[in-house]
Design a protein around this ligand. Structure first.
Ligand SMILES: [Zn+2]
Ligand SMILES: [Zn+2]
Length: 451
């Protein structure tokens, strides 16, 4: 008999940290950080000292005090003694922090498995942004691709790709002599890579699982309208075609499907897509794995160099990695002169460039999670953004679709996979699953379900 213990991901969106135990084999499925992690105790500069490891997190019960799991370094100032780990593996579904954020706490000898693209993205993020993407030291880090079979004692882990708002996302089919458990990770099936999710659903159905652990981010009582990535592309294209000035697009840099939608829309409307040097480095690093355009030479892309030190756009003004793309350079001068020729990727922290660009009749397409656009938590930041847009007379638009399956696609996946037991995670509305499926078991945070 197997059991699942939900240290995170139960009754919350994100924070997946699920222990699977089966006849003495112990494996974690994801090891993420909750989105609201620490917000009851930490604020602005009131933050735990990283040198103190897990001490502060244990104090407030923010990280479970589980023996034989964390590194010596992390336990130094805690009352939990260090013991050699008894965990056979940690399997990661994708790079988002709500699935990987606490990997740095683990004992470095615990074997960690992740997709090769997930590993690459984490490496690139760590290089570009200190702290972000830092998963700590792991002496036994393994990468896989879809279709691999990974034996962990008497269990076999089969990662199968799924479509999500970032590349390199996987679900798992876990086979044991008693049958199979299916773990979906985060997924959707309304984008250009929906066949990936279809492959996963078909493989999962074939295994006739006795248990399915399913994400339910968008399992809400009143489902919102379902937009597809193609509809986002069409909306973006319409806004660009109607515009008489510069068009700015704000979207997550790892959302490669969204990058492709903006890239296509820019080309279709006779414009070039402008990205900054960090984004150029990300695309350059993932180019071979994902078949992306070459940022050094692609004539539909331009790499934006900010004004720096000498104000001369000299090589030495920029970091070494940035100098790689100077042949495809664009500066504020050209953008200011011919704004109608460009669509520019941006985000909140890059609003300062508007001082140099001084756009007239520009559009700003917000194409990222609605959380920022509508959430109460981000009110102050949103007001600052809106003040900048108002000051420069820029019109705000919205074009987005979620990285998660809507209610009808969740229902489709569950009914097709048809597990004996369904466990909803990564959702605030687990009880909604009971309306569409018979044998639902709702997990509690820290609680165990025997399956
Ligand atoms: Zn997630
Ligand atoms: Zn995710």
């Amino acid at each position: 008999m197997a059991s699942l213990t939900f240290y995170g991901g139960a009754g919350e969106i994100g924070g997946n940290k699920i222990l699977l135990e089966d006849e003495g084999t112990r494996v974690y499925l994801d090891f993420g950080q909750s989105f609201d992690f620490g917000e009851d105790y930490f604020y602005e500069y009131l933050q735990p000292r990283s040198a103190n490891g897990l001490e502060c997190y244990f104090e407030f019960g923010l990280v479970p005090e589980v023996p034989k799991l964390y590194s010596k370094q992390m336990l130094r100032f805690t009352s939990l003694p260090y013991e050699k780990p008894d965990i056979d593996a940690v399997f990661i579904t994708h790079h988002h922090s709500d699935h990987t954020g606490h990997l740095s706490f683990l004992d470095e000898d615990i074997p960690v498995y992740m997709g090769h693209c997930t590993h690459k993205i984490l490496e690139v993020y760590k290089e570009l942004y200190r702290g972000l993407g830092d998963i700590g030291e792991h002496s036994n880090l393994n990468t896989f691709k879809s279709g691999d079979e990974i034996p962990i004692k008497h269990l076999t882990f089969r990662p199968v790709h799924v479509e999500h708002s970032t590349p390199g996302a996987y679900g798992y089919i876990i086979d044991s002599p008693d049958g199979s458990i299916v773990f979906t990770g985060d997924f959707r099936r309304h984008g250009p890579m929906k066949e990936l999710t279809e492959d996963f659903i078909n493989e999962a159905a074939k295994s006739k699982p006795y248990c399915m652990v399913c994400e339910g981010t968008r399992m809400t009582p009143d489902p919102e309208k379902q937009y597809t990535e193609e509809q986002v592309y069409e909306k973006v294209l319409g806004i660009i075609e109607d515009s008489n000035g510069m068009v700015f697009g704000e979207f997550s840099m790892c959302n490669i499907d969204r990058f492709k939608s903006f890239y296509r829309a820019a080309i279709e409307s006779g414009r070039k897509l402008v990205i900054d040097t960090k984004y150029a480095y990300i695309l350059d690093s993932l180019k071979d794995k994902l078949g992306l355009p070459d940022v050094r030479t692609d004539e539909n892309l331009k790499v934006y160099y900010r004004l720096s030190k000498t104000c001369q756009f000299c090589e030495t003004d920029y970091y070494k990695y940035e100098r790689e793309y100077m042949k495809n350079m664009i500066t504020y001068k050209e953008l200011k002169k011919n704004p109608k020729n460009y669509v520019m990727h941006t985000n909140f922290n890059k609003l300062m460039e508007l001082i140099y660009l001084r756009p007239e009749k520009a559009e700003y397409i917000y194409s990222s999670s609605e959380h920022f656009l509508e959430g109460e938590d981000n009110k102050d930041q949103r007001e600052v953004r809106d003040n900048w847009l108002k000051h420069f007379g820029i019109t705000l638009h919205k074009a987005h679709c979620s990285g998660h399956a809507g209610k009808s696609d969740l229902e489709y996946a569950i009914k097709k996979i048809n597990p004996e037991i369904l466990i909803p995670i990564h959702t605030q509305n687990p009880e909604e699953f009971e309306k569409i499926y018979e044998n639902v078991r709702i997990p509690a945070k820290g609680g165990m379900i025997k399956v």
